[in-house]
Design a protein around this ligand. Structure first.
Ligand code: NAD
Length: 481
């Protein structure tokens, strides 16, 4: 299939180049296992050139722009993205294996991020601070300088939108290292940014391997802030590398997010959210809800409903837009199957169905609903990153909190209950960066600050809050007598 955009080059200083080594890497369609093209194998020399181009942008046209002018460029970019939603969705479906409708909503979110942050660019203000006689004291919000953005393969467009969008709005110059498994949408985004009039060097994109281009970016002394989204293991490496250069890091890592379902919950409303939060993007979502905690009085009833919902799930090629697509790679499939082998069929309540015409080379795993295991079981503790949910019963509110907070992670959580007091209590007690009451995910929530605690990471992206993270506060104390 001919995609609207592809490139085996790096984007540096507003131009496309072959990587310095001339080397490329294969790009696979996860729905078929076939190679669909090549991408640049960017390495340290390319990262160095990208950081240099970003520095020049800060010293040049980009750095001289007013906040309102930056916002206008981002609005133009938003509009250009909105004209390419279907083409971007097709790229993402082919490159990530994301069912077409889900890919489309990611493209819409990317346009919305540029609109939101474009609109916010000139809205973040400093303060004046009451101080001693003879002084006027005020604060300024300034860009960090060069920001490094390392993005995973599961939601490239959304994660680029939230991190690069906020960084550009604050006047930073960005070097983006997309994931080697899926980076075509990042490259297409760069080309649209160029068309929108983003000054040269304000955004640079260097695809490549994590241990080469990614490690070079996090270790580069010319980078002033790093935004990393990915696994806990690599997050630790990134934080260590950043500590050598004493630069701030935002870590958006994994999760094992619970949904707590009480006996007074509206089950008709809850059911689609309970299931979708586990199988969306084939469970390869940091904020996937992989644990469903249910009051023991409705445990059997909910198991029956969820099992029936799983029975109706179909898994197939992304471009055919089934509820569930393939996993990103053979490696990810092996990881998920490894987890499933830690239990046996007695604990499988239900499975979805892989369609008959699913290509043999695709990385398909049937969504699997597990019950009858304890909260300390590996499937209830570790991030699987595949379409697997476990249902766990709880006795009372206290027990529910104990299970919910009983993993190393703390990304998001939800409470399904009609009791307002319980909602408020649990919103405070649940260890998570976002808590949803009688919903889950709030439709993606471009406007809503997002991030974790514990092994889910630190720092916040999305919403207005991200602008604080992507800027530095300067205090000016003027003595005038
Ligand atoms: P990963 O950590 O393997 O890779 C993420 C990115 O880091 C990729 O671009 C990769 O090339 C790069 N990388 C790898 N090694 C590196 C190194 N040594 N130095 C610098 N960069 C390096 O993660 P993944 O498998 O691509 O993504 C899955 C993980 O991401 C899951 O744990 C998931 O929960 C997490 N995630 C979190 C969020 C969030 O917002 N909290 C969102 C999406 C995904």
């Amino acid at each position: 299939m001919q995609l609207w955009f592809d490139s085996a080059e790096v984007f540096i200083g507003g131009r496309w180049y072959l990587p310095e080594s001339g080397e490329t890497l294969p790009l696979e369609n996860p729905s078929t296992g076939e190679e669909i093209g090549r991408i640049a194998r960017g390495q340290a020399a390319d990262i160095d050139a990208a950081v240099q181009a970003a520095r020049e942008a800060l010293a040049g046209e980009w750095g001289a722009m007013t906040a309102a002018e930056r916002g206008r460029v981002m609005m133009r970019l938003s509009w250009l993205i909105s004209q390419k939603i279907d083409a971007l969705a097709e790229i993402e479906a082919t490159d990530v294996g994301k069912p077409l409708a889900q890919a489309k909503s990611d493209a819409v979110a990317l346009a919305r991020y540029m609109e939101f942050y474009g609109g916010a660019a000139d809205k973040l203000m400093g303060e004046t601070i009451p101080f001693q006689d003879g002084f006027t004291v005020y604060t300024l919000r300034e860009p960090h300088g060069v920001t490094g953005h390392i993005v995973p393969w599961n939601y490239p467009m959304q994660i680029i939108g939230r991190s690069v969008g906020a960084a550009l709005a604050m006047g930073n110059a960005c070097v983006l290292k997309p994931a080697e498994e899926a980076c075509l949408s990042a490259l297409a985004f760069a080309d649209l940014a160029r068309q929108a009039g983003l000054p040269d060097g304000a955004l640079n994109v260097v695809p490549g391997l994590g241990e080469e281009a990614g490690a070079a970016l996090t270790a580069h002394p010319g980078v002033n802030h790093i935004s990393f989204t990915g696994s806990v293991g690599v997050g630790k490496l990134v934080q260590r590398a950043a500590s050598d250069n004493i630069v701030p890091v935002t870590l958006e890592l994994g999760g094992k997010s619970p949904q707590l379902v009480f006996a007074d919950a509206d089950l008709d409303r809850a059911l689609p959210f309970l299931v979708n939060a586990g199988i969306q993007n084939a469970g390869q979502t940091c904020s996937a809800s992989s644990r469903i905690l249910v009051h023991e009085s409705i445990y059997d009833e909910l198991c029956t409903h969820m099992a029936a919902a799983y029975d109706g799930l179909t898994v197939g090629p992304a471009i055919e837009d089934h509820r569930v697509g393939p996993l990103i790679s053979a490696k990810q499939k092996k990881i998920v199957e490894g987890f499933l082998s830690k239990t046996d069929d007695n604990h499988v309540l239900s499975r979805g169905r892989i369609v008959d015409n699913a290509p043999g080379g695709g990385h398909y795993v049937a969504p699997t609903l597990i019950s009858g295991i304890g909260p300390d079981h590996a499937l209830a503790q570790d991030e699987i990153f595949g379409p697997v949910q476990v249902i766990l019963p709880f006795r009372d509110e206290e027990h529910a909190v104990e299970i919910a907070n009983g993993t190393a992670y703390g990304l998001v959580a939800s409470v399904w209950s009609a009791d307002g007091g319980r909602q408020m209590r649990l919103a405070k007690r649940l260890r998570a960066g976002q808590v949803f009451l009688n919903n889950y995910g709030a439709g993606g929530g471009v406007e809503l600050p997002f991030g974790g605690v514990g092994h889910s990471g630190h720092g916040r992206e999305k919403g207005f809050e991200a602008l604080y993270g992507f800027s530095v506060l300067k205090t000016v104390a003027a003595w005038h007598g």
